[in-house]
Design a protein around this ligand. Sequence first.
Ligand code: BMP
Length: 221
Amino acid sequence: MNSKLVVAVDVFDCNFALDLAREIGKEVFAIKVNWPLLMARGSSIVSELGQYTRVICDLKIADIPNTNRLIAGRVAEEGAWGVISHSFTGEDSLRAVVEAAGDTKVFSVVAMSHPGSSEFIYPSTDALIGLSIKAGAYGLIAPGNDYSMLSRIRSRTRDQVLMTPGIGAQGGSPEEALKHGADLLIVGRAIYNAEKPIEAVREFNAAISSFKGQAENKQLS
Ligand code: BMP
């Protein structure tokens, strides 16, 4: 299935997450796990969900290189397709993630989707993009609900894959995010809180595939 949808499953209930993955796994690009599931189950949740679809581990790693290396190495051992790291800790810290992640793709945060992102992160976004590219990041995390920031990030990198949270519950629309340069769209609550998550997935997929405006959006396989 050629979907651009990454479903964030921010819950503590592992059975709910596994049932959801079984239901939607073939119709999404990936499932993203964050601290709630990792706290509830440990890192094995990555390989358990990996039976159904790709898994992106959203740890927002932000430590010294040695600690980052340990964390990214474990994520890679569990077979995660991708991992999310902060970049504000510096090039050496991010490079450690990239090296330890091996074939697991590293997405680096250069701007966030919540209002507080404008306090410290936005003023540093250009520098964070440069640092992330130098450190070898495969992709960048950019806000899917702030279209001018998203366009600005897209204009500064053609090669990196842009993965964008902020769609649905945080106000972003799939069409606008794609129009402004997104390659993968993260949607959480609007799917896992839906009465019928599979129908919500299909609606998002339909909105994504009906968007024809951006020939440059990357096709990931
Ligand atoms: P939701 O669609 O329910 O708002 O979830 C968005 C997901 O993306 C959450 O897992 C959140 O941690 C993550 N996220 C975000 O919302 N903004 C960012 O800037 C970076 C994120 O990883």
